[in-house]
Design a protein around this ligand. Structure first.
Ligand SMILES: [Zn+2]
Length: 290
């Protein structure tokens, strides 16, 4: 994917080395046997290889980023790319909301490493990329990209862009009231969130469709290169473990087990958004079958 560097801070917040979670959630000397089991279980469930750290004290060398946290040029470059994608994506949503007479509130994209405190509780890298509705922030550990790239066996910059766009899609859902509506429906009809046609899958598929809407805009802007769409499809399959955390959560952000839908469902809805380019086609809640 072709991209232009953003001048200034953009949408990014650097929270590396800030999380109470890096110590509290996993223990001072390492993950502990319980944590290791959780990580191994996650690997088995998602197929994504997670790094099991030996120590979590955050390191001592001072990098160019967060104070006291070492910085690698590759991860800094990925953070710049993430910022470029987020700014372009959220500029697009600003226009979409404007054309509907609404105001778009930008989400911050938080770069963290190993652990971070969020409005939804403490999180670690093992949680994977996620969006927290309570503080309206997307949380990404740049080290997750290397794992995804190994999984994809490709360069995969557009795959990462897809992940960013999907998480920002959850932010759009938060602003449009989708979460409130689905939570209400679930209270009235327990179990309605579950299953291949349930509200959770439909919520995820809508975020995929919104990522497709952004990909359409990126295509029109001449930013896509050969293979980019395949990367996005690959990411939809490989990184099915992003986390949408519940509103106003406290304590620890726990990896959950909700399904994102089948590969076919995800590809179908991403393609809908990509082909049409307008979010109106992303109504995953009305059809009998998705
Ligand atoms: Zn999601």
């Amino acid at each position: 994917m072709k991209w232009n560097r953003v001048e200034g801070a953009g949408d990014m917040v650097d929270a590396r080395g800030s999380g109470r979670g890096r110590g509290a959630a996993v223990g001072a000397g390492g993950l502990g046997i319980g944590g290791v089991i959780v990580v191994l279980l996650l690997q088995a469930l998602t197929g994504v290889q997670f790094d099991i750290p030996n120590e979590l004290d955050g390191g001592s060398s001072v990098g160019s980023g967060s104070v006291g946290y070492p910085s690698s040029p590759e991860e800094d470059e990925l953070a710049a790319f993430t910022n470029a994608v987020s700014v372009e994506n959220q500029d697009m949503w600003t226009s979409v909301f404007q054309s509907n007479g609404k105001t778009y509130e930008r989400a911050k994209v938080v770069r963290f490493s190993r652990g971070v405190s969020t409005g939804c509780g403490e999180a670690t890298s093992a949680t994977g990329p996620f969006y927290c509705p309570a503080d309206q922030r997307v949380y990404l550990d740049m080290s997750f990209y290397a794992e995804m790239r190994e999984q994809l066996g490709a360069d995969g910059d557009f795959a990462w862009a897809y992940v960013v766009a999907h998480e920002l899609g959850h932010h759009v859902q938060n602003l449009t009231g989708v979460f409130d509506a689905t939570q209400k429906q679930e209270r009235e009809d327990p179990g309605s969130a579950d299953g291949a046609q349930g509200l959770s899958v439909r919520t995820e598929l809508q975020a995929d469709c919104y990522a497709g809407v952004w990909a359409h805009a990126a295509f029109k802007a001449g930013e896509l290169v050969e293979g980019d769409l395949d990367e996005a499809f690959g990411a939809a399959e490989a990184v099915g473990d992003d986390r949408l955390q519940s509103q106003g959560g406290r304590g620890t952000v726990l990896p959950d087990t909700f399904t994102h839908g089948t590969s076919t469902q995800r590809r179908t809805w991403f393609t809908k958004g990509y082909t049409d380019g307008t979010p109106a086609v992303c109504d995953t809640f009305s059809p009998d079958q998705v």
